[in-house]
Design a protein around this ligand. Structure first.
Ligand code: BES
Ligand code: MN
Ligand code: ZN
Length: 495
């Protein structure tokens, strides 16, 4: 994707399709229409038809007859007073999708100024909405259906202030696009493309030229480290596990790093406690946590943010076989604790346990794990809100603020100690499943047994990672949830 900024008026900007925005308020709508009708008199009948009312997500197409920019899409923003950063993302998304429906490859969006939104935030939001909407995982479709996609997005304005703001956020926009797209591609890829070893290779490939150092711990090293949780989940699988370590040092040498941990189950059959057949293919996305933290660290590195970050990914398939883990088994983890296996389908927490122990080695400023961890979280919050849990109110507060800026909804679930009763075992330190009730919370509490002496937060993205329908700039399939939030979090983090 080519993303650029240009100083130009609507009249002079060139592109296959130009996009401009218009508020819904009477006077603003009138003024906007008047400007367009004066600039391109030929479009007056369409403009004056009153069909376009400026509501959010509505669009109107004008044929200007101008050379080099014959089509303009006017996109509604709704009422000026209720315009937020998210409104701009959604309007830019609606407009760019309409543009894409014409099979064009390059579009140019006119910057808008909205009160209470900084010019930089507005520019980034418009670019995000347009960039992130034009995603399709279609590399396996070989028939020659309309494969043309938008490959160039320009943000233009004749206002110096907006152009300067656009230039300030340009690198950030490109980094976000790369990080989110990487996460979506990894999450959406089927298990015969992305399994532990190819996930590791993808991390190495993505890190090239970014300054991110990647170390892959293979099965031998995982055994030497006594990562019993990761090995237990892996023991039914033909494919070996990996533990991916990515390090970005953009901060001072002695700045404590943020450590991101991502669940990397490349396919979750449930193991011996096997899942029903219907819908099982979604479990190719059971490594969306891994996709999020890999996409996140790559975006942060490409944006050259002045922070230190580590991303950790324990990765394996969860398969049933003659050598698989079975209910009743007792697993010993890297930190020496033990867990009784009640259900082999509660595998994510087993591999995260070792990763949370390993995280201590980096003396983290904060550890945040992302995991498609529980169906219970989907029951509680559906598919648009991630479950947030943790032990450190300050960290949780910073995450909530970042998530609200990027509009990736989170809702905190309580880790009250009374819930511990549900995961008590008679034979081991803890049990890996607490049954149906409070399933997202008991999974969070299980993880809490394995954290070190650092602020910790857990994001259950089971509902938000893989989407069954398209919505604004969110695609069907792997969504890339959390990547923008991580970038925003480390950018704004206050110790
Ligand atoms: N990967 C699943 C959770 C999941 C469910 C992710 C739906 C995305 C959509 C996880 O490994 C799992 O199977 N969890 C079990 C835990 C239970 C056995 C305690 C679940 O939620 O049923
Ligand atoms: Mn499972
Ligand atoms: Zn799983």
């Amino acid at each position: 994707m080519n993303i650029s900024i240009s100083q130009s008026s609507l009249k002079n900007q060139k592109a296959d399709i130009l996009i401009t925005f218009c508020f819904e308020d009477d006077s603003l709508l009138k003024a906007g229409k008047k400007r367009l009708a004066e600039m391109f008199p030929i479009t007056a009948p369409v403009i004056n038809s009153d069909d376009f009312k400026g509501s959010l997500r509505s669009t109107m197409v004008l044929y200007t007859g101008a050379k080099g920019a014959g089509k303009i899409i006017v996109a509604g923003l709704g009422k000026k007073e209720s315009c937020t950063i998210e409104t701009l993302r959604r309007a830019a998304s609606a407009a760019s999708k309409r543009a894409a429906s014409y099979g064009v490859q390059n579009i140019a969006l006119e910057g808008v100024a909205a009160h209470s939104i900084s010019a930089e935030d507005a520019c980034l939001a418009l670019l995000e909405g347009a960039m992130l909407s034009n995603y399709k995982f279609d590399k396996y479709i070989t028939t020659s259906k309309n494969k043309k996609k938008i490959n160039s997005i320009t943000l233009f304005s004749d206002s110096k202030q907006i152009v300067n703001a656009g230039k300030t956020v340009l690198t950030m926009a490109r980094s976000i696009y790369d990080g989110v797209t990487l996460a979506r591609n990894l999450a959406q890829a089927p298990n015969n493309e992305i399994y532990p070893e190819t996930l590791a290779k993808s991390a190495i490939a993505a890190a090239k030229g970014t300054g991110v150092k990647v170390t892959i711990l293979d099965k031998k090293k995982i055994q030497a480290l006594k990562m019993g949780g990761l090995l237990a989940v892996n023991q039914g699988s033909v494919r070996p596990p990996v533990f991916i370590v990515m390090e970005y040092k953009g901060g001072k040498a002695n700045d404590k790093p943020f450590v991101f941990v991502g669940k990397g189950i490349t396919f979750d059959t449930g193991g011996i406690s096997i899942k029903p057949a219907a819908g099982m293919s979604d479990m190719k996305g059971d490594m969306h946590g891994a996709a999020t933290v890999i996409g996140g660290i790559i975006a942060i590195a490409k944006a050259k943010l002045p922070v230190n970050v580590v991303a950790l990914v324990p990765s394996t398939e969860n398969m049933p076989s003659g050598s698989a883990l079975v209910p009743g088994d007792i697993v010993t983890f890297m930190n020496g604790k033990t867990a009784e296996i009640d259900n082999t389908d509660a595998e994510g927490r087993l591999i995260l346990a070792d990763a949370l122990t390993y995280a201590s080695k980096f003396k983290p400023k904060a550890v945040i794990d992302f995991a498609t961890l529980t169906g219970a979280c989907v029951v509680a919050l559906g598919t648009i809100t991630s479950g947030l849990m943790g032990t450190n109110p300050h960290l949780l507060d910073q995450i909530k603020k970042a998530a609200s800026r990027t509009n990736e909804y989170v809702c905190e679930l309580p880790l009250h100690e009374e819930y511990e009763d549900l995961i008590r075992s008679d034979f081991a330190d803890v049990k890996n499943s607490g049954g149906r009730w409070a399933g997202a919370i008991t999974a969070g509490l299980f993880l809490k047994h394995f954290i070190g002496d650092y602020p910790w937060a857990h994001m259950d993205i089971a509902g938000t990672g893989m989407s069954s329908s398209e919505r604004d700039y969110w695609p069907k399939g792997g969504t890339g949830i959390g990547v923008r939030m991580l970038v925003d979090l480390v950018k704004h983090f206050k110790a």
